[in-house]
Design a protein around this ligand. Structure first.
Ligand SMILES: Nc1ncnc2c1ncn2[C@@H]1O[C@H](COP(=O)(O)OP(=O)(O)O)[C@@H](O)[C@H]1O
Ligand SMILES: [Mg+2]
Length: 235
């Protein structure tokens, strides 16, 4: 589905997604769409299903019922290999605690994401270095995660997430482990990425992050969408 400017293109479509873990219901019938170029913030109390939602969209786990379609691909029809390829090629993920590999340098953490999706080592390192530069951490390229500040680690993690030019960048509490000034920097970075066209889905507890970065806010309660509003983002 394409329109003249592409901005009506649906990147993510969830239809009646339900997820049960044993007796507990993490998602209770969620239907939503995310369009190309949107920055959607998801908020809601702890345990309301926000991370489960991201995991469903990332293909890290499968719904108990309902369907998830990303960029025209029906995730339910992919086998495990197909899902792994989908994750590497289509999705970038950023987590609260960075999830970098401790025994790889910043550069190798980023470059690895390219190599895993079939790009040559040389090309991957080149693109990784460019991304570290764009995110302001090129000087940290040969350092290991343990020697970086939280804010630097998160920028490296964002670079890694962008390595394969994902259709969608998913961020789960990306500023949750950062002090307010590095949180703000990461926030600005996400805002800049969206302004140059990156579609974002950000889970956050921080209303400032939502108001600053998002074009739409979705509030979850007990595994369901409780309310939704379009945000007026400052220019
Ligand atoms: N892997 C899992 N196994 C069992 N229960 C889970 C699992 N993941 C999440 N849950 C449960 O699902 C509900 C939603 O969790 P989660 O999506 O992590 O919430 P949030 O990210 O909003 O804090 C919670 O009750 C949680 O305990
Ligand atoms: Mg969570």
């Amino acid at each position: 589905m394409t329109t003249e400017n592409g901005s009506d293109q649906v990147v993510v479509r969830l239809d009646g997604v339900r997820k049960e873990y044993g007796q507990s219901v993490a998602l209770d019938g969620v239907s939503m769409e995310i369009r190309e170029g949107e920055a959607v913030a998801v908020m809601g109390p702890s345990g309301c299903g926000k991370s489960t939602l991201l995991n469903m969209i990332a293909g890290l786990d499968r719904p108990t019922a309902g369907s998830v379609n990303v960029h025209g691909e029906e995730l339910g029809s992919l086998n495990e290999t197909g899902l792994a390829l989908y994750r590497r090629r289509r999705i970038g993920m950023v987590f609260q605690f960075f999830n970098l590999l401790d025994d790889l340098t910043a550069l190798d953490n980023v470059a690895l994401a390219g190599q895993l999706s079939g790009t040559s080592a040389r090309q991957s390192r080149k693109r990784a270095l460019d991304l570290l530069g764009e995110l302001g951490v090129a000087d940290q390229r040969n350092n290991y995660p343990a020697t970086l500040s939280g804010g630097q680690r998160q920028r490296v993690a964002v670079a890694r997430a962008l390595m394969n030019k994902p259709s969608l960048l998913l961020a789960d509490e990306p500023t949750g482990a950062l002090d307010s000034s590095s949180g703000e920097q990461v926030m600005n970075l996400l805002l800049d990425l969206n302004r140059i066209g990156q579609t974002l889905l950000i889970v956050t507890h921080d209303p400032r992050l939502a108001e600053r970065c998002a074009t739409r806010l979705i509030e979850f309660e007990d595994g369901r969408i409780a309310r939704e509003k379009v945000l007026e983002r400052a220019a």
